[in-house]
Ligand binder design. Structure first.
Ligand code: HEM
Length: 369
């Protein structure tokens, strides 16, 4: 048989390319190895394994669990709460400052949640003076605004690291089962930025109702208007019914109070947006802004019903403060990305636990109660 002359008898690969030299093969393996190493390093860095002392969302949630215990299916902070539903009626007044659809005149449906801080879903309502309100606004254009607010005008600390250290100081001592007062005192002494919060705590009493509280965003945000101009803001929800009463001895009076009030009629708050002046800190939730700053009444929050969190629509919502519609942006406050990451970690843990699933057996922690 004649062999065409264009196919030389030398060892050629089937695709006609010259075989790789040993050096080239080694180089290619080295390159693949380097890519693999880089990938492992990137995972290690992001996962915190390479620097175990670096503060990660995992460590933050582990610390919350160390302080309160683990209650499968429940939030790792603000674990005790109830779902609420209603709507927001915009006044149209914030439209000049933000292009978000929620601020155009009209109604936006809400799924919300009231809670008390701490990781124990069975904590007595009178154990802390703080209450929280979380809201998810569902705009007609499909975008959402999620916000979580607390019933105090300042946060104790300005950074995630300081918050972590505060949690460490509050961790129960294994010997007594209670936090060590000396550690707590040492933490506050080392963190003078907590002064405004401590002054508030001195006068604060656990309120008898979720419905009579004001709730502050604490973190600053940025509104973006239709021309792309930016406006630094904070907001708060101010109740129409601002009566003050301290709760009684029933450990679950907040839920009972809310159910009773809603049976009698809707509960209403005004969304008050405060505009910063140049120089007002947007990265420090321990500092209030001067009282003369311009305020806008952006509209009325109307809550109409409540359901237990175990079966209500708020159960599977992560009130991540960085879920924002066009027209609202994050500020440079370092607590915001830390909150977002910690809430996601808490969410992943609680939604992957057996007790979370409807109809599953009561968890061991709950069965003991
Ligand atoms: C670095 C600081 C903070 C950390 C690590 C943290 C952590 C958490 C975690 C893990 C949850 C449970 C989330 C879930 O499972 O859905 C939570 C809930 C909550 N946090 Fe924070 N938090 C921080 C700061 C703040 C601040 C500054 C506010 C200001 C208002 C706030 C307000 C709330 C509220 C309202 C809830 C309840 C949300 C709900 O009802 O689902 N937190 N927090």
């Amino acid at each position: 048989m004649n062999v065409p002359s264009e196919f030389p008898p030398s060892a050629a690969s089937s695709d006609g390319k010259a075989p790789l030299s040993n050096r080239s093969v080694l180089l290619r393996f080295a390159l693949i190895g380097a890519v693999l190493l880089l990938t492992v390093f990137a995972f290690g860095y992001v996962g915190g394994w390479l620097a175990p002392s670096r503060l990660t969302a995992q460590r933050m949630i582990n610390q919350l669990q160390a302080n309160a215990g683990v209650f499968p299916g429940y939030r790792r902070n603000h674990a005790k709460g109830v779902c609420v539903a209603g709507y927001f009626d915009s006044s149209g007044q914030a439209q000049t400052f933000s292009a978000a659809q929620v601020f155009a005149p009209g109604r936006t449906p809400i799924v919300g949640r009231f809670a008390i801080p701490g990781g124990n879903p069975y904590a007595p309502d009178g154990s802390v003076p703080i209450r929280s309100m979380a809201l998810r606004f569902s705009q007609a254009n499909g975008q959402q605004w999620r916000t979580g607010m607390n019933s105090m005008p300042v946060f104790p600390v300005a950074t995630p690291q300081a918050f972590f250290e505060q949690l460490q100081a509050q961790q129960p001592d294994p010997a007594t089962g209670k936090p060590n007062p000396a550690k707590i005192a040492a933490f506050f002494a080392a963190h003078p930025e907590t002064a405004a919060f401590l002054a508030w705590v001195k006068t604060a009493k656990p309120s008898a109702s979720f419905a009579t509280e004001s709730y502050w965003s604490l973190n600053a945000f940025v509104l973006v208007d239709a021309n792309g101009e930016k406006h630094a803001v904070r907001w708060r929800m101010v109740p129409e019914n601002g009566e003050t009463a301290t709760g009684g001895s029933d450990p679950n009076y907040l839920d009972a109070d809310l159910t009773q009030r809603l049976a009698q009629g809707q509960q209403r708050w005004h969304l008050i947006i405060t505009l910063a002046s140049p120089g007002d800190p947007t990265n420090d939730a321990t500092k209030t802004w001067p009282a003369d700053r311009r305020e806008i009444d952006a509209g009325t929050l109307v809550l109409t019903s409540t359901t237990p969190q175990e079966s209500g629509a708020c159960r599977d919502i992560n009130y991540d403060p960085l879920v924002l519609p066009d027209g609202i942006q994050a500020s440079d406050d370092p607590l915001l990305p830390a909150r977002s990451a910690a809430y996601a970690t808490s969410y992943l843990r609680r939604t992957s636990e057996e007790a979370h699933l409807p109809g599953t057996a009561t968890s061991q922690t709950e069965a003991k109660r």
